[in-house]
Design a binder for this molecule. Structure first.
Ligand code: GLC
Length: 411
C-alpha cells in the first residue's frame, strides 16, 4: 500500500528525538504533584493565594536550555498553562491569574524562549485545554473556548517561531465541542510550521484525532511502530514520561527511574521511530532538582557517545530473538545490543564471557564492515544471501558498561 509523504516539519520533529518536558506552576510550591488542587479539593480562593507567594527566583531560561543541551536533548516543552488555570505568560489582560500578576511580575515564557534560542534548543508550549479556574469551563463552554483560543493566539503571536503546541485536556470532556478546527487554524495562521499535538491521555494512547495533528502521544507507555501505509498523512509519535510518578514536583516521591532505565526507554522509542519527551517537575523556585539533574546529565554522557544514530537513523525491519534491534541511516546500519557483560574474571565480574553471538534476520543491505561505536573495536561477522547476519558481540572492556551498546555497520 502507498506510504504517505512525510511533511518537512514532521521529519524535522522526528530528528529532535529527545526532549525535556517541564512542569512548573503554582502547584510546584506545594510539592505534591500538579493535580494537588483537584485531589485535595482545595477551594479556588485558597489555591489562588499561591499566586502571592509564587517566587521563581531560580527560573533561568538560558540555564535550563543549556542543561537540556548538555543532556543531549534537542527540545523543551514547558507548561505555559496547566489545569489549575495559572499561566506562566502575560495573558495581556485576558485573565489576571498569570505570572505577571504575581509578585515577580515576570513573563517566564518569554525568558524560556529567549534561553532556548540562545542555546539552539527548540521551544514547545504545553497548554491545557481543561481549566479548573475559569468558571466558564463548566458554565459557558463556548465562551471558555473563545478564551482558550485567545490565549493560544497570544502564544503564537508574541514569542517568535516556536517548535509546536502541545495540548492536554480534551479527554476531560470527550463529548464537548472543542472547536479544534478553529484552534488549529489560529495556530496555522501565525505558526504554519508548528507541530501540533493534542494528548489523547492515558486511556487512548497512540490514537489519532484531528487531521491537523502532527504527532500522536504515548503517555507513560510503550510506543508502537506506526503503520503509515494507506494513511492520508504521515504522523510522528512521541512518548512522554515522568522520571518518578508525578509530573509536577513530588517532594515525597522516591520512585525514580535510573539512568539505565532512561537509556533503555530512549532506545525503545527510537526503535519504533518515536520521540522521547522526558519530564522534570521544577522546584518551587524554578530549579531542576538534584537527582533529575545528575541522572539526566549521566544519560547525556551516553548520548554524546552514541548520538550520531539516535537523532537521524530510522527503524529498520530486521528481527532478532531478543531485545536487540536495528536502525538505518543512508550509509549505515546501527545494531543496538543489550545484555552484554563486563569482561573480567570470576573474582570481580559476575559475567565473564568474552563473546556474545548475535543473529539478525532481514538484513538485506550488504554489510562491508562492523565496529563498536564507543571504542571502534572491529567485529567479525558473517552474512548470507537470505539476509541472515551473525556476529560476535564482545563484552564490555573492564571499567565500562553502556547498558545498550551500538555496533555501526557500513553498507
Ligand atoms: C496528563 C495529566 C497532566 C500532565 C500530562 C502530561 O494528561 O493530566 O497533569 O501534565 O498528562 O502528559
Amino acid at each position: 500500500m502507498l506510504q504517505p509523504k512525510i511533511l518537512p516539519r514532521i521529519e524535522n520533529f522526528e530528528k529532535l528525538a529527545y526532549g525535556l518536558f517541564l512542569h512548573y506552576g503554582l502547584y510546584s510550591q506545594l510539592g505534591r504533584g500538579e493535580w494537588v488542587r483537584y485531589f485535595e479539593k482545595i477551594e479556588k480562593q485558597e489555591y489562588s493565594k499561591l499566586l502571592k507567594t509564587f517566587n521563581p527566583q531560580d527560573f533561568d531560561g538560558r540555564k535550563i536550555a543549556k542543561f537540556a543541551k548538555d543532556c543531549g536533548m534537542r527540545y523543551i516543552c514547558l507548561t505555559t498553562r496547566h489545569h489549575d488555570g495559572f499561566s506562566l505568560y502575560d495573558t495581556k489582560g485576558l485573565c489576571d491569574f498569570d505570572s505577571i500578576h504575581s509578585p515577580c511580575k515576570r513573563d517566564l515564557v518569554e525568558e524560556f524562549v529567549a534561553g532556548c534560542r540562545a542555546e539552539g534548543i527548540v521551544p514547545f508550549f504545553y497548554h491545557t485545554t481543561l481549566d479548573w479556574y475559569q468558571e466558564n469551563f463548566e458554565n459557558n463552554f463556548s465562551q471558555y473556548i473563545d478564551y482558550l483560543i485567545a490565549s493560544v493566539e497570544i502564544l503564537c503571536r508574541n514569542y517568535g517561531t516556536i517548535g509546536g503546541l502541545w495540548f492536554d485536556g480534551n479527554w476531560s470532556k470527550p463529548k464537548a465541542d472543542w472547536q479544534e478546527d478553529r484552534l488549529y487554524a489560529t495556530i496555522r495562521k501565525y505558526q504554519p510550521e508548528a507541530i501540533i499535538v493534542n494528548n489523547t491521555g492515558l486511556v487512548a494512547r497512540g490514537a489519532v484525532g484531528h487531521p491537523e495533528i502532527d504527532s500522536v502521544t504515548y503517555e507513560q507507555g510503550s510506543p508502537e511502530l506506526r503503520d503509515q501505509s494507506g494513511r492520508e498523512k504521515y504522523i510522528a509519535g512521541e512518548m512522554c514520561q515522568t522520571m518518578n510518578m508525578h509530573w509536577g514536583i513530588g517532594k515525597y516521591d522516591f520512585c525514580y527511574m535510573s539512568p539505565k532505565e532512561i537509556i533503555e526507554r530512549l532506545c525503545a522509542c527510537r526503535r519504533v521511530g518515536a520521540n522521547y519527551l522526558l519530564n522534570v517537575g521544577l522546584t518551587s523556585t524554578g530549579q531542576i532538582p538534584e537527582y533529575e539533574s545528575a541522572a539526566l546529565l549521566r544519560v547525556g554522557q551516553w548520548l554524546a557517545m552514541h548520538g550520531e544514530c539516535l537523532y537521524n537513523a530510522r527503524p529498520y525491519a530486521a528481527s532478532s530473538n531478543n531485545s536487540d534491534f536495528v536502525l538505518k541511516s543512508p550509509n549505515h546500519l546501527y545494531f543496538f545490543i543489550s545484555n552484554l557483560g563486563v569482561i573480567g574474571d570470576i573474582n570481580v565480574t559476575s559475567i565473564i564471557h568474552k563473546k556474545y553471538p548475535r543473529a539478525f534476520a532481514g538484513i538485506n543491505d550488504k554489510i562491508k564492515c562492523m565496529q563498536w561505536l564507543d571504542n571502534g573495536e572491529r567485529l567479525t561477522f558473517t552474512q548470507n544471501n537470505d539476509g541472515l547476519l551473525c556476529f560476535d558481540a564482545t563484552g564490555y572492556p573492564y571499567g565500562t558498561n553502556l547498558v545498550v551498546r551500538i555496533a555501526k555497520a557500513e553498507i
